[in-house]
Design a protein. Structure first.
Length: 174
């Protein structure tokens, strides 16, 4: 059993400790679904003011719901649709202060007010997106974005390991 209690005086230290815990949690595990499930749980337990934390996997050029923490979510999202679809299309993080002002926002949970989506990319191909929602506007800062980009890099490496050993790995069909 793992018992991660991550508390820090500042955001940079919080993300440093979170990245370290994530690396330890994923070490040696080849299954990408298990790794995303544990990552979602770790993020959910560590970051304050979230109402959803999880993944959408790139399966055949469509984002399909992966492991998450929070309320039930949209199952499929087209590339280019909503915040997740924008991140999938551009391969760039999307930090949205007010989701209601985002053109084409998909309201899977009406309680969400802000969102941070970070693509998980390996060799220029989208594997998945990390999606964080908050019930507070302007919840996510540039420091949150940088910290989540680091988490996505760790996950890309773990999913890379998985893709060479498991048939359940995310598809690189983009």
């Amino acid at each position: 059993m793992y018992d991660f209690k991550i508390a820090a005086a500042d955001t940079a230290t919080l993300y440093r400790d979170l990245a370290s815990a994530l690396e330890g949690l994923l070490a040696g595990e080849p299954d990408p679904i298990a790794n995303m499930a544990n990552a979602a749980a770790l993020i959910w337990e560590t970051l304050p003011d979230l109402n959803w934390a999880g993944f959408y996997r790139n399966l055949g050029g469509e984002l399909v719901l992966g492991p998450f923490q929070g309320r039930p979510a949209c199952i499929r999202i087209a590339f280019g649709s909503g915040v997740c679809g924008a991140a999938a299309t551009t391969l760039q993080p999307q930090r949205v202060e007010d989701v209601n002002a985002f053109p084409g926002h998909i309201a899977c949970d009406s309680a969400s007010a802000s969102e941070l989506v970070v693509p998980i990319v390996r060799d220029g191909k989208l594997l998945a997106v990390l999606d964080l929602d908050s019930p507070h506007t302007s919840r996510f800062t540039a420091e949150d974005e940088a910290g989540c980009v680091r988490l996505a890099e760790i996950l890309a490496h773990a999913l890379r390991y998985a893709s060479s050993t498991s048939s359940a790995a995310p598809q690189d069909e983009r």
